[in-house]
Write a protein that binds this ligand. Structure first.
Ligand code: FE
Ligand code: CA
Length: 529
């Protein structure tokens, strides 16, 4: 074997190989090709078409590094278009876009087991700095990615900016928010899930999913490829590091742990499908090895810190939850809603979250998660109704967390939420039934990027809900994203809206700006369009 020895920070082939074998040993369910052991790898591959069709991405920033990502696919929608053999991919990282000042180089194998995806965990970089990266394979070069490391853990950065979004149904609209997001001066992009939708293609929509409802690994891969081929999405991955988590549609609508939305599906069949869904997610996202799927399980909850300013707790509210009480629709808050064993996070994740928050020295303690935490009564004169798929369906879990914020005096808890295709600004009260109950946190609910179509319409049910729930400060039905600016004294959220998604190229409008003052939970209106 040839030793590839680039520089001081070079990666020696033998070390890479050992790591690689460890890595592959983890993929127990997947047959192990002898080519890896015999060293039959493609070091000068020829491709039928450009292999970097899916672009590049980066994610999970830390003070000394990020993950850089690509996936070789000359035929992204037709199974990838590669022979089932490992392919050598070289990577390089520079301080400048022209790559005159290359600081690290190395090489890895893109293997067929992981759909020829590449996840390189960089370390040894400077904190809080922009870097550029690209990949080479054969004679082909990838687009140049741009990424940014986090500040040192001990530091209090003057400012941090990020945008968050979720819910990008390809069939119901274009991702018109992304081009505007690209123009912002962001450290990070957060995606809260529903990155894809699993449904079969339906005619007469803005765009059409390829094929039927996805179940096999190849079908999930093809669906992710179809989404990532969207130029606005791909470009946003190229220019910022992302912190991603999933919701339900990366697998199956409103699933809970092993329980499908539909009845009569065996846990075994459901787990097999979950394994496919999770693996494809890992393959397509810039995730670290700590999130590597283990059969049908995948640990996606994790922390991401921006010095002493912000501590992001990225949650997974799908994989470990108990089944929704009495189905996942809207119900009064009675009966099983108060089951003390019902859990949204599962015991392990909840313990991890609480101990992480207790140890946190950050000004802002942020939950990047999926479903609405505020107990929004959507009922009418016939009675109260709450969504059983959201935190109020797991009321004991919800109260335990809010009480924890309050009693343990967690600094500035802020909850980021996706899932429901509407913006909501909610004050989180210890007891929502008592108007005098203290505020313990703030919740920003992002709208969808494209799901549910143009939006901006008047929705009587939600008009009523906004009026009858005192903790609601604002709601909005436009598509778009939320841009957040954090300093040690305040948090400003800008609710960006695109007036339409059924045609490309929408302008952006800031529908509202809210602020949270450090040490004072609850959102205050700054301006409204
Ligand atoms: Fe959604
Ligand atoms: Ca959802």
């Amino acid at each position: 074997m040839r030793v590839i020895n680039y520089s001081k920070k070079s990666v020696v082939y033998g070390v890479q190989r050992r790591q690689f074998l460890n890595y592959m040993a983890m993929v127990s369910a997947i047959p192990f090709p002898s080519a890896y052991l015999e060293g039959k790898v493609s070091t000068s591959p020829k491709f039928s078409a450009y292999p970097f069709s899916l672009g590049v991405a980066s994610g999970d920033p830390e003070p000394d590094g990020v993950v850089i990502w690509t996936k070789l696919a000359p035929d992204p929608l037709g199974g990838g278009g590669l022979d089932p053999e490992p392919i050598l991919v070289k990577w390089e990282v520079a301080k400048d876009e022209a790559f005159t000042n290359v600081v690290q180089k190395g090489s890895v194998f893109a293997g067929p087991q992981l759909g020829h995806s590449v996840h390189v965990e960089l370390s040894g970089l400077d904190s809080q700095r922009w870097y550029f990266f690209r990949f080479h394979t054969g004679s082909e070069v990838s687009p140049v990615g741009r990424t940014r490391t986090a500040p040192a853990l001990s530091e209090m950065p003057a400012k941090m900016k990020f945008a968050f979004t979720s819910c990008q149904h390809l069939e119901t609209g274009y991702f018109n928010g992304y081009p505007h997001m690209q123009q912002e001066d962001l450290d990070l992009v957060i995606h809260l899930g529903d990155y894809i939708y699993e449904y079969a293609g339906i005619d007469k929509r803005v765009r059409k999913h390829i094929g039927k409802e996805i179940e096999s690994l190849d079908e999930y891969r093809q669906r992710y490829a179809q989404y990532r081929m969207d130029e606005d999405l791909q470009e946003t991955h190229r220019v910022f590091p992302w912190l991603v988590t999933w919701d339900d549609h990366e697998f199956d609508n409103n699933y809970a742990n092993l329980v499908s939305e539909e009845d009569g599906i065996s846990p075994e069949a459901f787990l097999a499908r979950r394994m496919n869904a999770y693996q494809a997610y890992y393959e397509f996202m810039p995730l670290r090895k700590r999130s590597f799927p283990q059969g049908p399980d995948m640990k996606l909850y994790r922390q991401c810190r921006y010095g002493r300013l912000a501590n992001f707790f990225v949650l997974d509210t799908r994989q470990y939850r108990t089944d929704q009480p009495n189905g996942d629709r809207q119900k009064p808050m009675t009966g099983k809603v108060f089951d003390p064993h019902a859990t949204m996070l599962g015991r392990e994740q909840e313990n991890w979250l609480m101990s992480g928050m207790l140890k946190s020295d950050a000004t802002w303690n942020i939950l990047a998660q999926q479903v609405m935490m505020a107990a929004l009564n959507r009922g009418d004169e016939k009675g109260e109704r709450y969504s059983m798929d959201q935190w109020p369906g797991y009321e004991i879990s919800r109260r335990r967390l809010l009480r924890f914020f309050h009693e343990r005096k967690i600094d500035n808890p802020v909850v980021l939420t996706g899932d429901i295709h509407l913006n909501w600004v909610n004050d989180l009260q210890l007891d929502f039934r008592d108007p005098k109950s203290p505020l313990v946190g703030t919740e920003w609910v992002g709208t969808s990027m494209s799901s549910a179509g143009d939006g901006g319409n008047f929705i009587p049910e939600y008009e009523r809900a906004a009026k009858q729930n005192d903790f609601v400060k604002w709601y909005n039905s436009n598509r778009g994203y939320v841009s957040c600016e954090l300093t040690k004294d305040h948090w400003k959220s800008y609710f960006r809206a695109t007036p339409y998604v059924t045609r490309k190229g929408a302008p952006v409008e800031t529908k509202a700006v809210f602020i949270i003052e450090q040490g004072r939970p609850g959102a205050q209106l700054v301006s409204k369009a």
